[in-house]
Design a protein around this ligand. Structure first.
Ligand SMILES: Nc1ncnc2c1ncn2[C@@H]1O[C@H](COP(=O)(O)OP(=O)(O)O)[C@@H](O)[C@H]1O
Ligand SMILES: Cc1ncc(C[n+]2csc(CCOP(=O)(O)OP(=O)(O)O)c2C)c(N)n1
Ligand SMILES: [Mg+2]
Ligand SMILES: [Mg+2]
Ligand SMILES: [Mg+2]
Length: 288
């Protein structure tokens, strides 16, 4: 059983449309509010050697990335910290504050608890004009698909390529890029928290068309042999680049490093170099 299967279960309890995006979308006067919450744990999310400042940074970065993926501007963050040791709190809060400051957000609240395993829940709020909101659903027949930067760097660091440790430990949410892409009129978007292949399958699940990726066009992690780099770029998680579809005419997009990696196709499948792409990546799983 993995988290996507459990999402289908949640969809029998709440409106499944609510599960179709990176953030909840909530009416807010003339604007829309977007909200995302993400839980991180020491054993699955905080690699050995990570500082507590980086723990705080990452906890906020993952949430701001979801806000960016809607084309929205982040505003407020609430941080709930389940602490194994109280002396970790100060550095964690500083890292969280610094990540907020770097992307125009502010910590406005949270919660504290004692917990055997360090566990952080970061909740972010943002706003966007309705005409600039971008959802996962929306790909159109003649669109291309693109990403905002190299894929597989975080996983490359976990595989021992130390030159990518900063990308693993201090992910940079594509906040400015998300806002520009929303205004530029991209048709669908999400962030790639769990790897490109899984993200393409997530997009497939809410669209009525498929995707054909050319692996030769993937922006790969530097300093990694090409075959391994391609594997990391397709299936590695933790990069937090944006994946979007858009009409070819909108490229280049000023202020956004956009790499076109493929196109939308009529068949509801995900292909890489013409062959079905495995639905595999960074998935939380339960045994039994
Ligand atoms: N336990 C839950 N109850 C209600 N909604 C949920 C739950 N878990 C996830 N969601 C919603 O499902 C959507 C997708 O979640 P998730 O796959 O975690 O996205 P992401 O990888 O972008 O964080 C989001 O809109 C999120 O709010
Ligand atoms: C041990 C370890 N593996 C991988 C990563 C890279 N990483 C950071 S967050 C993340 C995935 C996203 O986390 P998740 O809880 O799945 O959040 P969501 O997809 O809901 O945004 C990954 C793969 C890491 N930091 N540590
Ligand atoms: Mg996301
Ligand atoms: Mg999530
Ligand atoms: Mg995930």
């Amino acid at each position: 059983m993995d988290e996507r299967a459990l999402h289908r279960l949640i969809g029998t309890i709440i409106d499944p449309e609510r599960l179709a995006d990176d953030c909840a979308v909530i009416p807010c006067g003339d604007l829309l509010a977007v909200a995302s919450t993400d839980m991180l744990h020491e054993t699955t999310d905080f690699p050995a050697g990570m500082t507590d400042w980086q723990v705080g940074w990452m906890a906020v970065a993952v949430t701001l990335s979801d806000i960016a993926s809607m084309g929205a501007t982040p505003g407020e963050v609430l941080l709930a910290v389940g602490l194994d040791r109280p002396e970790r709190l100060f550095d964690i809060m500083e890292g969280a504050r610094d990540c907020c400051a770097a992307f125009g957000a502010e910590i406005v609240g949270g919660d504290l608890d004692a917990h055997r395993e360090l566990t952080i829940v970061s909740t972010g709020l943002g706003t966007v004009a309705p005409e600039h909101l971008v959802r996962r659903r929306g790909v159109r027949p003649n669109d291309v698909i693109a990403v905002t930067g190299p894929l597989g760097e975080a996983q490359a660091a976990l595989a021992g390529y130390d030159r990518h440790r900063k990308e693993l430990l201090e992910p940079q949410p594509r906040v400015a890029e998300g806002e520009v892409l929303g205004r530029a009129g991209v048709s669908a978007m999400m962030d790639i928290s769990d790897g490109l292949a899984l993200s393409l399958h997530d997009l497939l699940a809410v669209n009525d068309r498929g995707f054909a990726v050319e692996t030769a066009r993937l922006p790969l992690p530097a300093g990694v042999p090409e075959d391994e780099a391609r594997e990391l770029a397709l299936y590695g998680g933790g990069d937090f680049e944006l994946l979007f579809s858009a009409p070819p005419a909108i490229f280049p997009i000023p202020g956004v490093e956009a790499h076109i990696i493929g196109k939308v196709i009529p068949e509801r499948v995900v292909l890489a170099d013409g062959k079905p792409l495995e639905r595999r990546g960074y998935l939380h799983e339960w045994s039994g």
